[in-house]
Design a protein around this ligand. Structure first.
Ligand SMILES: *Cc1c(COP(=O)(O)O)cnc(C)c1O
Length: 421
């Protein structure tokens, strides 16, 4: 039996309607920006496997550190024990996070990082003797698939069957030049009529919402109002973190800093799953008490897994290498040049860029999960490029190590699509 046939026997894939979805494509190897299929074909990974493998797949530097760590210490309970990789990672993260961040809490993935952030915010108020039970979030945001994170997310296809079980979330639209006044009004009115505990947001770019972007200065106005009302601000940097917006974190572009930041994806460079939720000293201090009950009782068995920590440290070292920093600038420039070339094409409705994140909307009506989307997906795959359109949006978020030649292949398949669609 082929891998495809064996896959179909027992596997249930995420985000997949198995009755209509085409079969999954087996990948047998990955290196740098390239995926190698069982079909003997090579595919340029134009989205860094959901923006994780930013330093390239199977990066040799990271591989070396992983091997060393695996032989030294594989796993240890993180309640009552500690270890050098976790300590060192906390130090490295605090160095690059916005400077109001002070404490590092570990979990396993982006959803749990946000779950932790939401629970921290709720318990922060609880510990202070205040009952606040409402979370504010952006419309069409995405924060993950666990219950708290899902409640805060606004993409209905994920949430439909579960809405009756959600925590209380009120939504505001993402801001722009035209609607900013009414967004601030809506925010004020929610604050007046609810006991708001926290505001959770993807800073500057909403990944799952087709790379929707908005301006730092508008977000800043929202964050200021939250601060005035002691609403805990949670920046979901699971997608935007670690250099993608042109700075270490998207929050670095915004004047008002969040109380809590969640990170995952590129944190562990595509090697292993892990997540971090950082917070300020003020949040942490609200959990200090003679009573055990005020402690944060949230744990994952693999919290701060030493191998994952070693990967993350190596990733941060690479992020700050001259090579990667130069690559980031090169990609930013080259996306801008590509944009100049195609932005006025009749099949292009609108384009946008933030750092190495580039997106364009096709000037055609399409369902987010419709047939046309697969046609476009297949157009790219046939030409050896892995891009994953979101509705009529095509976005590029390639590994930082992608070569100019590989980038040009991606650009050319997009131009080719515009000419033939
Ligand atoms: C991917 C993502 C998540 C969820 O992370 P998982 O690791 O898939 O659970 C949350 N927030 C944002 C912004 C993401 O892009």
């Amino acid at each position: 039996m082929t891998l495809k046939e064996r896959d179909k026997k027992h596997l249930w894939h995420p985000l997949t309607q198995h009755k209509i979805h085409p079969e999954a494509l087996p990948i047998i190897k990955a290196k740098g920006a390239v995926l190698y299929g069982e079909d003997q074909k090579e595919y340029i990974d134009g989205i860094a496997s959901w923006y994780t493998a930013m330093y390239g797949h199977c990066n040799d530097y990271i591989l070396d550190k992983v091997k060393q760590q695996m032989c030294q210490l594989d796993q240890i309970v993180f309640s009552g024990f500690t270890h050098e990789p976790a300590i060192r990672l906390s130090e490295e993260l605090i160095k690059i996070l916005p400077n109001n961040q002070e404490k590092i809490f570990f979990s396993d993935n982006g959803s749990t990082a946000n779950e932790v952030g939401i629970k921290m915010a709720l318990q922060y108020h609880f510990n202070k003797g205040e009952k606040r039970n409402t979370i504010i979030a952006f419309e069409d945001g995405f924060h993950g698939d666990t219950f708290g994170a899902m409640s805060a997310s606004g993409l209905s296809v994920y949430n439909g069957p579960f809405e009756d079980f959600f925590i209380d979330v009120k939504r505001i639209p993402t801001p722009n030049k035209k609607n900013i006044e009414s967004v601030l009004e809506a925010l004020h009115s929610i604050i007046e009529t609810h006991k708001v505990a926290a505001f959770i947001y993807e800073p500057l770019v909403q990944g799952a919402n087709a790379m929707h972007m908005f301006e730092a200065k508008h977000l800043d106005l929202i964050l200021r109002i939250c601060k005035e009302h002691a609403i805990i601000t949670i920046a979901d940097e699971v997608m935007t973190g670690f250099g993608k917006t042109g700075k270490n974190f998207a929050s670095d572009h915004i004047e008002t800093k969040p109380d809590i930041i969640s990170m995952s994806k590129a944190l562990t460079a595509g090697f292993v799953p892990m997540a971090v939720t950082s917070c300020t000293k003020e949040i942490y201090d609200a959990f200090l008490d003679d009573s055990v009950g005020k402690a944060f009782f949230h744990a994952h068995t693999y919290s701060a897994n030493p191998i994952a920590c070693a990967v993350a440290i190596a990733g941060i070292e690479l992020l700050h290498s001259k090579e990667i920093q130069d690559n980031i600038q090169r990609i930013i420039k080259s996306h801008t040049q590509f944009n100049d070339k195609i932005k006025n094409h009749p099949k292009v409705k609108v384009t946008r860029q933030q750092g190495v994140i580039y997106a364009l909307d096709l000037n055609i009506e399409m369902d987010r999960y419709g047939k046309k989307r697969y046609e476009i997906f297949n157009h790219f795959m046939k030409q050896g490029v892995f891009l994953r359109p979101l509705g009529n949006t095509i976005y590029i978020l390639a590994p930082y190590v992608i070569s100019m030649k590989q980038l040009d292949v991606i650009y050319n398949t997009i131009i080719d699509l515009l000419e033939t669609i």
